[in-house]
Ligand binder design. Structure first.
Ligand code: PRT
Ligand code: MG
Length: 214
């Protein structure tokens, strides 16, 4: 009854390490310096797999991993089917915002009631937000570098993650609306939670303790 933990490289991996440590789990090798995808830990029955951030919920849903750490953005876009979400880990914090070119009058465009062309990787979040505002949108789905879309005239606005705001600034874009605050969640496969309860519970409890929620 081994345990597989799905993480993504970069900030989520870095910020999850202390939580794993609280559960007595240390990764044997530095994944940032390796091309491997599966990493053993100090515990013989626990391994870590590294996948794309947006694939973490998918691995956990289908049992490729028993648990994982996923940004709320990725979780909303995934839909959360088959996932138990016991903890907001409050790591990898940022926000989802609407941004436009500095010379684009967003308020006027919204008030005029025409269609706004939105480029984003976060189509579910964006669709819901503009529907609630009563703004009609045409959605262009992108997988990265959203900032480029308004600069090339492909879109009026983007919906993207912002943390310091320096990426927007560097591209002459301005944040015009904050849609929601984002942090990462612990996600657990619902079937595994029942079948591997004994092994998973202490890990979940250690994570809860480490973020001050025990
Ligand atoms: O890169 P890939 O396509 O594999 O996936 P990803 O970009 O979703 O993964 P990753 O590892 O970059 O981010 C994982 C998770 O970290 C996201 O799903 C968020 O929940 C969270 N997070 C927190 C962020 C940021 N902060 C963040 N700043 N994810 C991305 N960014 C981007 C942002 O989109 C911007 O383009 O970083 C850039 C810099 O942001 P500023 O505002 O600090 O300049
Ligand atoms: Mg990225």
């Amino acid at each position: 009854m081994s345990i597989t933990i799905a993480l993504s490289k970069g900030r989520i991996y870095e910020e999850t390490l202390p939580l794993l440590a609280a559960a007595g789990i240390t990764v044997a090798e530095d994944p940032e310096k390796s091309r491997k995808l599966i990493f053993p830990t100090n515990q013989p029955d626990v391994r870590v797999v590294l996948v794309r951030a947006s694939d973490v919920p998918v691995y956990v849903q289908y049992g490729g991993a028993d648990l994982g750490v996923s940004g709320l953005d990725s979780l909303i876009e995934h839909g959360g089917q088959g996932l138990y979400q016991p903890l907001d880990l409050q790591i990898a914090q940022c926000r989802v915002s609407v941004a436009v070119r500095a010379d684009f009058d967003y308020e006027a465009a919204v008030q005029q009631g025409g269609r706004l062309k939105i480029a984003t990787k976060y189509t579910t979040i964006a669709r819901e937000f503009f529907a609630q505002k009563g703004v009609h949108v045409d959605m262009v789905k992108l997988y990265g570098s959203m900032e480029l879309a308004p600069l090339t005239g492909m879109a009026d606005a983007i919906v993207d993650l912002v943390s310091t705001g320096s990426t927007l600034k560097a591209n002459n874009l301005v944040e015009v609306e904050r849609i929601m605050d984002i942090s990462s969640r612990l996600v657990v496969n619902q079937a595994a939670l029942k079948l591997k309860q004994q092994r998973l519970r202490p890990i979940i409890d250690a994570f809860a303790g480490a973020i001050g929620k025990d």
